[in-house]
Design a protein around this ligand. Structure first.
Ligand code: AMP
Length: 335
């Protein structure tokens, strides 16, 4: 077999994926929008840069990537801008499970998955009439928290939804606590779960509202919190939370195995909120590398302890592919 290369779309966590692949000795390819090539050139992580105009042109490069013998490592941008069906029918080698995608993209299916995993979840309200506490109104599609708003009653909801006519949404109980994002890696080659790290997100404008006094917030009248992600901040959690964090990861993997062939494998993330009572609510799962792992180039404290060497999630992905190639079991890590 010709040398396997590692390819990804130039966005999200591509620098980390490509850097990790190079550290493991792979040649790398990035498919990148013309106006976004600078970082991939500057940091020297890509052996080849294929330029496209828009993310939606990504699949036009499929044949070229197949000819290069590339394994595609997916991330959030690929999931957000391309269709699950397109991913499923593609003949390009794909790292991770394709079968779990349909459980991830649908919010209702995802709630079912988390419920099956026995995790504590925020309550979902079916109709605005049922709102009896603060809820967060979330729209479908990964637009990075854009437009989400809080509502305390049906009347409040009716007023605020005016600006979002026609969009599909869910009404989720708003949990007062701190958001913590848990990163994991489920390894088919070593048959184990690895806790990779944690992050918190830096969201605009919700993370800056606290810098304005309540008096000024009231004076601003029209300011509503929004949750547009602008960056990720590394986090080490209280050690007594680790046991439950590991349980959460294990339970998500276990239930995925009942839902999809071979279950979910590779990197994934549980999005949680921890309350002052130390209850952990899991409100979402991402079945692939999340941008919250980006601060951990070259390593997180947890992956360093596990491996006794520096290990980013990008490098961990490449290591898994390398182990699979060495064992002649590449299919085990491809979806
Ligand atoms: P999401 O797009 O679902 O990841 O949510 C974006 C952001 O909204 C999160 O990072 C949290 O800051 C916040 N958030 C989401 N769901 C909840 C919830 N149920 N309770 C409190 N905050 C939430």
């Amino acid at each position: 077999m010709a040398e396997i290369k590692i390819a990804t779309l130039g966005s999200h966590s591509a620098l980390q994926i490509l850097k990790g692949a190079k550290e493991e000795g792979f040649e790398t390819i990035v498919v990148c929008r013309k106006h976004q090539v600078k970082p991939y050139k500057m940091f020297g992580v890509a052996d080849k840069i294929i330029e496209i105009n828009n993310f939606s042109d990504f699949w036009k490069t499929e044949k070229q990537l197949i000819d290069e013998n590339a394994v595609l490592v997916p991330h959030g941008t690929l999931a957000a801008y391309t269709d699950v069906d397109e991913i499923k029918k593609s003949k390009l080698m794909y790292f991770g499970s394709k079968d779990i995608l349909k459980w991830e993209v649908s919010r209702t299916k995802q709630q079912h998955w988390l419920k099956k995993a026995g995790l504590r979840q925020p309550k979902i309200f079916k109709r605005p009439e049922d709102i009896d506490r603060s809820v967060i109104v979330k729209f479908y599609g990964a637009e990075g928290g854009k437009g989400y708003f809080l509502a305390n009653s049906k009347e409040d909801f009716d007023k605020k939804i005016q600006a979002h006519k026609g969009k599909r949404y869910i009404l989720q109980e708003y949990i007062i606590g701190v958001p913590v994002y848990n990163h994991y890696f489920q390894s088919p080659m070593l048959d184990r779960l690895e806790l990779m790290g944690f992050d918190k997100r830096y969201e605009s404008n919700v993370d800056s509202l606290g810098r304005i006094s309540a008096r000024d917030q009231i004076a601003l009248k029209s300011v509503d919190p929004s949750y547009v992600i602008t960056g990720n901040i590394p986090l080490v959690v209280r050690e007594s939370f680790l046991s439950e964090a590991i349980d959460i990861g294990e339970n998500i993997v276990k239930s995925s195995q009942k839902l999809a062939k071979r279950g979910m494998f590779g990197p994934f993330c549980a999005e949680t909120i921890i309350t002052p009572e130390k209850e952990i609510f899991t409100f979402e799962v991402s079945a692939r590398i999340v941008a919250g792992t980006n601060p951990y180039i070259p390593t997180s404290p947890y992956s360093y302890m596990l491996w006794d060497e520096q290990m980013s999630t990008g490098k961990r992905i490449a290591r898994e592919i390398k182990l699979a190639i060495e064992n002649n079991e590449l299919n085990k890590v491809l979806g």
